[in-house]
Design a protein around this ligand. Structure first.
Ligand code: FCB
Length: 482
């Protein structure tokens, strides 16, 4: 191995290795201490909405077993843990005074992390909107953004002493477009106009929360986590190229432009004109709020995407792509696109293509188009069909290969000038994977759901070595043969 190869496998001192979870996916104890219902309680308890009717009622029982999970993190050697605060635990109805008991759980968690030398990274909104706020209209209503800012202020005041890094909103694309446009996430609505209005108010809520957190915790580092995509045209036909541009607009530029440039992209404003209420909800001054300076951009990345114009399924097929038949959903119908996959590429258990180089492409694109901004990969990981061996171990070489590839992609993006300062594996634990219930396992740790028993997988041992050495095993080794 040459000197340069060695450098390429090594992360700089201070690079933040972490792991991530979200409240509704792991906590359980949904009625403890007066916690109110969120849209995910309602959605998961609605027949037919989640795989096997699974709910987050118990999940990983992290609310009661968090100490054991903190000990696992010590073993994992991570420098940071990204978790989310459940809004209805803190404000059971989404407004009014805070629940002291609800906040106390997060105080204990933060203290437990500090006691172990692990930095807490707090996400304020990972999709669990208090149900009463949805009953009043939810994110398509402007008032929800104001309520969110109030809640953000409460949490920042309560935890500000112990938390330096804050993420306002996780994946507003999913909250708006999967939740209000496609109906596959809570609250389960299928209206493109509502989704676009929700999109704007989630960004507005983010901007208001930036100010709220900053005033409570002046030294805070604040950002948000976006699930940005790499949208490629299936062919170089102009119609497919235009289709990919529409997807890029919806998934990437409709976030990055308002956040980092203070304006929505003209093609998307044009596209959503007439989808009401849609972007007609934008008011004077909103873009100034949305573009308040942030300290870092969180990027969640799993898989690239290839799209074709909706009229060109046959041509995409002839060009060698698989065209799944469960599309289009209301959002892709509105964008007039279909998603296709490339048969030659390996996929995860979610059916997501694995292509680590796409992460390098994405990180360097953000750097190129939006300038230098510190970035954290706040989620990356993969579900596979893990199982427990008769002797009690879980061997997951595919996950090790996936993580190895994507960590190398981060190093390559850094080499190319992107300021990526940290990386968080999704997820510490197998957990409630939203509409897929417990059928998809993303954890470094296996959860035996009936008993709550935790079994660190082989990938856990592998990642522990990476965090300890600050470097990847030399490339060329079969990453999967740990
Ligand atoms: C992201 C979510 C996270 C998890 C992963 C697999 O979209 O932020 O909660 O479900 O996907």
């Amino acid at each position: 191995m040459s000197e340069t190869d060695a450098d390429l496998d090594r992360f700089p001192a201070g690079f933040l290795f972490g792991t991530a979870t979200a409240a509704y996916q792991v906590e359980g104890s949904v009625h403890a201490d007066g916690r109110g219902p969120s849209i995910w309680d309602t959605f998961s308890h609605t027949p037919g909405k989640t795989r096997n009717g699974d709910t987050g009622d118990i999940a990983c029982d992290h609310f009661r077993r968090y100490d054991e999970d903190l000990d696992l993190m010590t073993e994992l050697g991570v420098g940071a843990y990204r978790f989310s605060v459940s809004w209805p635990r803190v404000q059971p109805t989404g407004k009014g005074p805070a629940s002291t008991d609800g906040l106390d759980f997060y105080r204990r968690l933060v203290d437990g992390l500090h006691a172990r030398g692990i930095e807490p990274v707090v996400t304020l909104y990972h999709w669990d909107l208090p149900q009463p706020l949805q009953d009043a209209g939810g994110w398509p209503e402007r008032d929800t953004a104001a309520r969110f800012a109030e809640y953000a202020a409460i949490v920042a005041q309560a935890l500000g002493d112990g938390v330096a890094r804050w993420i306002t909103v996780n994946e507003p694309w999913c909250a708006a477009w999967l939740g209000y446009g496609m109906g596959v996430h809570a609250p389960g609505l299928t209206d493109v106009g509502l989704a676009a209005a929700a999109h704007h108010h989630l960004l507005l809520g983010h901007g208001e929360a930036v100010a709220a957190v900053r005033s409570a915790v002046p030294a805070a580092q604040i950002g948000l986590s976006l699930n940005l995509g790499v949208a490629r045209p299936a062919t170089d036909d102009p119609d497919d190229v235009a289709a990919a541009l529409r997807v890029d607009g919806n998934q990437n530029r409709m976030f990055l432009d308002p956040l980092l440039r203070g304006s929505y992209p003209a093609d998307m404003l044009e596209h959503y004109r007439g989808r009401l209420p849609g972007l007609s909800v934008i008011r004077d001054g909103d873009l100034q709020v949305i573009s308040r300076p942030i300290d870092f951009l969180g990027i969640n990345f799993y898989s690239p995407g290839t799209v074709a114009d909706a009229s060109r399924a046959a041509q995409a097929n002839a060009a060698g792509y698989c065209v799944p038949d469960e599309q289009p959903n209301p959002v892709s119908a509105d964008l007039r696109v279909i998603s296709v996959t490339r048969p030659a590429f390996p996929q995860t258990a979610m059916g997501w293509e694995i292509e680590p180089g796409a992460l390098t492409e994405l990180l360097t694109r953000v750097r190129r188009d939006y300038g230098q901004i510190p970035m954290l990969v706040t989620e990356n990981g993969a579900a596979f069909d893990d199982y427990v061996e008769p002797e009690g171990t879980v061997r997951d070489p595919e996950r090790i290969r996936y993580l190895d590839g994507h960590l190398r992609a981060v190093l390559q993006a850094r080499e190319a000038g992107a300021d990526v300062q940290g990386y968080f594996v999704w997820s510490l634990l197998d957990n409630f994977e939203w509409g897929f219930g417990y059928s998809k396992r993303f954890g470094l740790v296996w959860i035996d759901y009936p008993t709550g028993t935790r079994i660190p997988k082989e990938s856990f041992r592998w990642y522990a070595r990476v965090t300890q050495e600050g470097a990847l095993p030399p490339s060329g080794n079969d990453a999967g043969s740990a």
